[in-house]
Design a protein around this ligand. Structure first.
Ligand SMILES: [Zn+2]
Length: 341
């Protein structure tokens, strides 16, 4: 993940302030008459909870994560980046795969960027995207930073999800898994005292922005019903934020899925605004949710540091998020029609 970043504690403080504000708002609301012009909020109608509930294999997902990390730092343009591209593709043999390859013009020069998309067809008209970036932070390229949580955890989880999706036509929407590239900003994010002279939005999210633009141009985007991003979801102390840019109804579906699986205590206790790979789809009208646990280590100590290593992760966290994503898909398949964008 590239950003919440230098503002992490300010934002966390803000998040706490938001929680406090919400509480204040609630207490005020008890004494206030609701305005007749207030828009009606229709509760979501969830389909029946008719099991069996899905489960992801956390140990197998963790094995993938470890194998990705073993290649070492994988910044844009590096040999290990290329090896990770090949590693991901090698696990998708026999699947319908689209390679989206282009050259990104960045403040550090031109780099090849490679998005990998695996497509699992369904019976319903429409596509749900599950995404994860796999590159590591470029400014940390000369350190031992391997992004075990930041990039590898979610990329390994997507490989595990592929195991659940392949080999049968889905009774529901088509699901596309996207391993996107060049998510991280190329210039330092300021944590090292060197503020990026470019706006964050112009120096990050290169891969996913390219995909969103391409799919908008060729009409694919109209078919995308939801975009679910996974990022930094391997932390052994798993607390997925309610990310405030995300589409509220889609987050409600995620929470319903978590509740059905008994994992709700790991979701949405905090609110936090994060600039992440979901923004290019969100901006283009696609309902989008960022499943991210940004509070990684005390005082976010492990994020974008050489401390982001596999010993901080847990197969259980991968199992939880994997199960919740699979159950979210199952609920979305049966919600007809989906809420408006
Ligand atoms: Zn990052």
């Amino acid at each position: 993940m590239s950003r919440v970043k230098r503002l992490s504690w300010i934002l966390l403080a803000c998040a706490l302030a938001v929680i406090a504000c919400d509480r204040d708002k609630d207490s005020t609301a008890q004494n206030t008459t609701v305005s007749a012009s207030a828009p009606a909020i229709r509760p979501l109608n969830f389909p029946a909870d008719d099991g069996p509930l899905p489960s992801a294999d956390g140990d197998r997902a963790m094995q993938y994560v470890k194998e990705i990390v073993k290649f070492g730092p994988r910044p844009l343009g590096s040999a290990s980046h290329k090896k990770v591209e090949e590693y991901i593709s090698s696990h998708l043999k026999g699947d319908q795969v689209e390679d989206d390859i282009f050259t990104a013009d960045t403040p550090e020069g031109k780099f090849p960027v490679h998005n990998i998309i695996a497509k699992y067809p369904g019976t319903k008209d429409g596509i749900i995207i599950i995404a994860s970036h796999y590159d590591t932070n470029y400014p940390l390229r000369n350190t031992s930073f391997v992004g075990a949580n930041d990039g590898a955890s979610s990329s390994g989880l997507l490989l595990e999800l592929a195991n659940h999706l392949r080999g049968k036509q889905r009774e529901g929407y088509s699901v596309w898994l996207v391993w996107d590239d060049a998510e991280e900003a190329m210039k330092p994010d300021g944590s090292g005292g060197q503020p990026n002279e470019m706006p964050f939005s112009a120096d990050s999210l290169y891969g996913i922005t390219h995909l969103a633009e391409k799919w908008q141009a060729d009409g694919t985007l109209k078919k995308v019903k939801a975009f679910i991003l996974t990022d930094m979801i391997g932390d052994a102390d798993l607390n997925v934020e309610r990310e405030t840019n995300s589409t509220p109804w889609l987050e409600d579906v995620v929470f319903e899925a978590a509740t059905r699986l008994g994992y709700q205590s790991h979701f949405f206790a905090r609110r936090l605004e994060v600039s992440d790979d979901h923004l290019p789809f969100l901006k283009r009208g696609v309902p989008s949710a960022d499943l991210i646990d940004f509070t990684y280590g005390y005082n976010v100590a492990y994020w974008h540091t050489t401390e982001d290593t596999v010993d901080k992760l847990s197969p259980r966290s991968l199992q939880i998020v994997g199960g919740v994503v699979l159950e979210t898909l199952r609920i979305l398949d049966k919600m007809d029609p989906l809420p408006p964008k």
